[in-house]
Design a protein around this ligand. Structure first.
Ligand code: GTP
Ligand code: MG
Length: 196
């Protein structure tokens, strides 16, 4: 797949406003500031396709990028951002689980977690929902450049072992938008979802 050809399609305030549930889409989810938008830019070799920010909670809308007529990448709003009101958090959790359950074109979920703080409660909830919906999950331990090789490998081994407990198709890899470590593995996983 030529990810470089990705273009911005639309921003949706909620799942009802998403494009028609046709073709294949892959979603990127994770805590605020985990590096979702950065990973999408790295994947598509575009500096500012998805907006990145030092301020957590920047991506409030569901941003939809089109690879071609039948294939989409979805940048989901980050969760776990402390300053968001509880009612908004709960609404988002409901719509996220509904999206994972009902979206027929969704064929895979990439869950991004800062390699220094993996598998927080909300990450685990999300992975459980995905597994319950029989969705394959790719866990990305992001910002891998922030750790030296030893601790990086340790984190990968720990999360890989913890991932077994989800009893689903949950694969783990390290990733860095800065060094591009893990980019080929991510591309390969996505290709399997887009071309099963
Ligand atoms: P929200 O949209 O708020 O949910 O955040 P996000 O998950 O889209 O994170 P974003 O890509 O905006 O990145 C958040 C911050 O982390 C930015 O300051 C990025 O520059 C930084 N960042 C993202 N990926 C990496 C990485 O691989 N390495 C390093 N060192 N910093 C990164
Ligand atoms: Mg973002």
């Amino acid at each position: 797949i030529n990810y470089q050809q990705a273009t911005f399609l639309t921003s949706a305030p909620d799942i009802r406003a998403l494009p028609l549930d046709e073709g294949i889409e892959v979603a990127f989810a994770g805590r605020s500031n985990a590096g979702k938008s950065s990973a999408l830019n790295t994947l598509t070799r575009q500096k500012s396709l998805a907006r990145t920010s030092k301020t957590p909670g920047r991506t409030q809308l569901i941003n939809v990028f089109q690879l071609n007529e039948h294939q989409r990448l979805i940048d989901l709003p980050g969760y776990g951002f402390a300053k968001v009101p509880l009612a908004v958090k709960e609404k988002w959790q409901r719509s996220l689980s509904e999206y994972l359950q009902k979206r027929t074109s969704l064929k895979g979920l990439v869950v991004l977690m800062d390699i220094r703080h993996p598998l927080k409660d909300l990450d685990q909830d999300l992975i459980h929902w995905a597994v319950a919906s029989e969705l394959p999950v790719r866990l990305l331990l992001t910002k891998a450049d922030k750790l030296s090789p030893g601790p990086r490998k340790k984190a990968l081994l720990e999360v890989t072992e913890a991932a077994l407990a989800f009893m689903g198709d949950v694969q783990v890899q390290v990733f860095s938008s800065l060094s591009k470590q893990g980019l080929p593995e991510l591309e390969q996983a996505l290709t399997h979802w887009f071309y099963p």
